[in-house]
Structure formats: structure tokens, C-alpha cells
Design a binder for this molecule. Structure first.
Ligand code: FAD
Length: 445
């Protein structure tokens, strides 16, 4: 259930509505507009702003099934909103668009951009303010149900329902309305994180309008793993270089923070590995393997050699013997140290005297440099940040995001077959496609 913070208290959507906290006007039974935009996420809001800015005389209507706009946007970057990336396509176009709206950003050492306030809610609220100032007609709590192209091909007909969309798209006490529009922008998102509103209806409408939708797979998600003793590792965070192998061949590597959970691996670099797990017919998760190199910040061989000298010295000032796991203290967290020891073939309570053997030290360094995990699955839509697959790029003009198959139909954001790495690429794509589509549609109708 989505909870809203109101007057310092968390409330459900139902309570908020009863308190009159949502202020969207009631959508009329029949509505005519120049442009209808379905979806109040970053792509839809960018499209509406851009269209109205390009031609203020146009009647632009935006409908959003949630009671508030930008639910997913507000959750991005752990609430901090990693809004774009210096390496993203169309980066300067996106940043000048954001800046023209008053969104002030800062860049971190990796080239990731965030609003200076590090508040995703601020970004969403500022976009909403701009929509209002420009005169876009925004209706929230309104769900598009069906979309069609009138038989004379002059307008789109969208049937909508008002009243309490759940994350599964069921509607309680729904009130039906019809919106006629000369142009239609579909910005309804993908299938990832459906709790925020995007439940994949856009794919169904677009297939109905003749578009090809490629296989839809959760992307940027935690990876379930076997082959490791996760009971001890769970809850541990490490800095690592993570490598993904398919059939023994390395296909992707990157450095970052890895979080061990009770089911497997999580964290940004693991999400990026999940995006690279591409399945050919007949492939299973057993075709893949993950290795973590935990030795990027430490010369482990030297540490172990010094420890070996200490523990095997008969004049050792520390009279009591120490366990192997204690040698790793201040180098690795205990859960990681125990797994390194286990994968090197030693017991959890092994005595540190074992370090006097060079072969043992080599085994420990090898284990810590390539800690192995066997993927067994991937967390599904609920936990994925993005959808891999969607409407094929070749069916959409990349400069205007107009459909190449249906005139005056525009397709933007996650519903398209685009999924970028973590780091601001996905929001960049949503803003870029929305901004371009808005300008193009205002120019062409
Ligand atoms: C937890 C999380 C963190 C993320 N962090 C980042 C990040 O830091 N940086 C980054 O680049 N990307 C991030 N992403 C990905 C990013 O949020 C998406 O790529 C982006 O929101 C896609 O924008 P969109 O407008 O296409 O879709 P959405 O943001 O999903 O918006 C679509 C909107 O359409 C509405 N809608 C759907 N169906 C209907 C309907 N039938 N009628 C009316 N309205 C409808 C939905 O309610 C929704 O508000 C994150 C994703 C998640 C889940």
C-alpha cells in the first residue's frame, strides 16, 4: 500500500482522499482536447510542459491514475533522484530543459546528477508547478482503460475511469468518461515497481495500434544466488568489483557497493549485472556465474604474510592463539571474511597458524579476489527498477518520438524498448523522449 506523509503522519490514499487532501478537478463525462497525455511520470510531465511551451494555445490534457503525480519519480535514487548522467545520450538537451524549469543540479564524482536538495519529491513538485503555471489540464485519480483510433483516423478515443486504481489496475466504484484527442502521447511507463502505478497497460494499447512489443523482462533487480553461505553474509555491505560470466566468459564488470541479502546479492552494481543477464533460448541461470573481487582496496597477500610472521613468531607478544577470521578484522566484515575462508576450503574456526603455509595464503587471496556466487533467479517486477523490452525503437522516430505506424501517436519513456544502467540514464531517457515528443506534437497538429 502506498502511504503519504501528511502533517507528520503516514496516511493511506483512502484517508488522504477522505481528508480532501487531493485537489484534482473532476474529469467531465466527455472531454475534447488537442493533445491527451496518459501518465504523469517524468516522461508524461516533460511532454505536457514541452507541448504547452511550444504552443500555449493548445489544449493539453494529462491524466494520471494515482492521486498524486510522479509516484515513481519520488522514489528514485532512494528518494534523492539521480536525474541524469554526463554520459547519457542527449545529456545537454536534458540538462538545459531541466535548468530552464528551475531544477538546479549537482554532479558527483561518477558523473551522476542529482537535484542539489537531493529530494526527488522536490523535482516532482516543481514539475507539477510548471504544469499548472503553463495551463496544462491535469486530472489525477483517472485511469485510461482503452485507447483506439477513430475509424476516420482523425482522432483518438480514450475511455477512462475515475476512482481508486489499485496497483493491479482494478477499479473500485469506477465512473466512465471518454476523452477525444487529435494527438495522443502514451507515457504510461513499463511494468517495473507496479506499486507506483505503471502496470503495463501501455503495451496492450500499443500492440492494439499495430506496434511490436519485444519480450518484457524485469531489469535492474537484485539477483538470487546459491553457492554461498548467505546466512552469515546477509546484511553485510562490501565494496567490490563485480564480474558477470556467461558459460565461463566474462560479459560485464563494474565496481561498487554490494549488499548481501538472505536470498543473494543487491546494490547498484548488482542491478547493472542483472541488466546484462541476457537469455538465449535454452539458457538458464546456471549458465551464469558472478565473482566478487574484494581485494581492490587492499594488498591481501601482504596482509596475510605479515599476519603469518606475527602468529608463527615464538616471541609473539599476543600469547593467546588467534583464529583465522580475526586476521581479517579491519580488512573485511566478519560475514565476508567467513565466506572467503569457507570458499578457500578452510573451517570457520580455523587457527591462524594455517597462514604459515604459502599455499594456504594463496588460496585465501584467490578466494577473496574471486568470491563465487551462482545465480538461481532474479527478483521480479515488484523489485525491478526498470523494464527490459518494450515498443521497438525502429517503429518510433527518435527525434520526435512519433510512431512511424500511426500518425499523431507519440510513445515516450519506459514503455519504449530502452533500459539503461543505474546512474540516471533511465530518467534521462524519460525526460528526453517526453521533451522531444511534446515539442514535436505541438508543432505538427
Ligand atoms: C525504486 C526505483 C528507483 C529508481 N531510481 C532511478 C534513478 O535514480 N535514476 C534513474 O534514471 N532512474 C531510476 N529509476 C527508473 C525510473 O524511475 C524510470 O525509468 C522512470 O520513472 C520512467 O518514467 P516514465 O514516465 O516512462 O514512467 P513512470 O515513472 O512509471 O510513469 C508512468 C505513469 O503513468 C501512470 N499510468 C500508468 N498506467 C496508467 C493508466 N492506465 N492511466 C493513467 N495513468 C497511468 C503511472 O501511474 C505513472 O505515474 C528508478 C526506478 C525505481 C522503481
Amino acid at each position: 500500500m502506498i502511504l503519504y506523509m501528511q502533517e507528520g503522519v503516514f496516511m493511506s490514499q483512502k484517508h488522504m482522499r477522505e481528508k480532501g487532501a487531493f485537489h484534482s478537478p473532476q474529469i467531465p463525462k466527455t472531454l475534447r482536447s488537442d493533445i491527451l497525455i496518459i501518465g504523469g511520470g517524468p516522461a508524461g510531465m516533460a511532454a505536457a510542459i514541452s507541448a504547452k511551451r511550444s504552443n500555449s494555445k493548445l489544449d493539453v490534457v494529462l491524466i494520471e491514475k494515482n492521486e498524486i503525480m510522479g509516484r515513481k519519480l519520488r522514489a528514485t535514487g532512494n528518494g534523492r533522484c539521480n536525474i541524469t548522467n554526463v554520459n547519457a545520450e542527449g545529456f545537454s538537451e536534458v540538462t538545459s530543459f531541466l535548468s530552464s524549469l528551475g531544477i538546479v543540479t549537482k554532479t558527483n564524482d561518477n558523473g551522476f546528477l542529482y537535484p542539489v536538495s537531493e529530494s526527488a519529491a522536490d523535482v516532482s513538485e516543481l514539475l507539477e508547478l510548471r504544469l499548472k503555471q503553463l495551463g496544462v489540464k491535469v486530472y489525477t485519480g483517472v485511469t485510461a482503460m482503452e485507447v483506439s483510433y477513430a475509424s476516420d483516423k482523425t482522432e483518438f478515443v480514450t475511455s477512462v475511469s475515475m476512482g481508486g486504481a489499485s496497483s493491479q489496475g482494478r477499479l473500485a466504484n469506477a465512473l466512465k468518461c471518454t476523452v477525444y484527442s487529435s494527438a495522443l502521447v502514451i507515457a504510461a511507463g513499463g511494468k517495473s515497481a507496479p506499486v507506483y502505478g505503471s502496470t503495463g497497460e501501455g503495451y496492450r494499447w500499443l500492440r492494439g495500434l499495430g506496434h511490436t512489443v519485444t519480450r518484457l523482462v524485469p531489469s535492474l533487480a537484485p539477483i538470487e544466488c546459491g553457492g554461498a553461505d548467505l546466512s552469515k553474509l546477509s546484511g553485510t555491505r562490501v565494496r567490490a568489483e563485480a564480474k558477470l560470466f556467461k558459460n565461463g566468459e566474462e560479459i560485464h564488470r563494474e565496481c561498487g557497493e554490494v549488499l548481501f541479502t538472505k536470498f543473494g546479492l543487491s546494490g547498484i552494481c548488482v542491478f547493472n549485472l542483472s541488466k546484462m543477464m541476457k537469455f538465449e533460448p535454452g539458457d538458464t541461470f546456471s549458465n551464469f556465474e558472478i565473482e566478487l573481487d574484494l581485494c581492490r582496496d587492499v594488498e591481501l597477500g601482504e596482509v596475510l604474510k605479515r599476519a603469518a610472521e606475527r602468529v608463527s613468531n615464538t616471541n609473539n607478544e599476543f600469547l593467546e592463539s588467534e583464529k583465522l577470521v580475526d586476521v581479517f578484522k579491519t580488512v573485511f566484515k566478519e560475514g565476508a571474511a567467513l565466506e572467503i575462508i569457507r570458499q578457500a576450503g578452510f573451517k570457520a574456526d580455523e587457527d591462524s597458524l594455517v597462514l604459515s603455509s604459502e599455499e594456504a595464503r594463496d588460496k585465501l587471496v584467490a578466494s577473496a579476489s574471486a568470491l563465487k556466487f551462482q545465480p538461481t533467479g532474479q527478483k521480479g517486477w515488484k523489485e525491478a527498477q526498470c523494464t527490459s523490452g518494450g515498443v521497438v525503437e525502429s517503429e518510433v522516430d527518435q527525434s520526435s518520438f512519433e510512431s512511424n505506424l500511426v500518425k499523431n501517436l507519440y510513445i515516450v519513456g519506459e514503455v519504449l524498448d530502452y533500459d539503461g544502467f543505474c546512474g540516471g540514464y533511465n530518467l534521462n531517457h524519460a525526460f528526453l523522449s517526453g521533451k522531444r515528443a511534446g515539442a514535436a506534437v505541438a508543432d505538427r497538429i
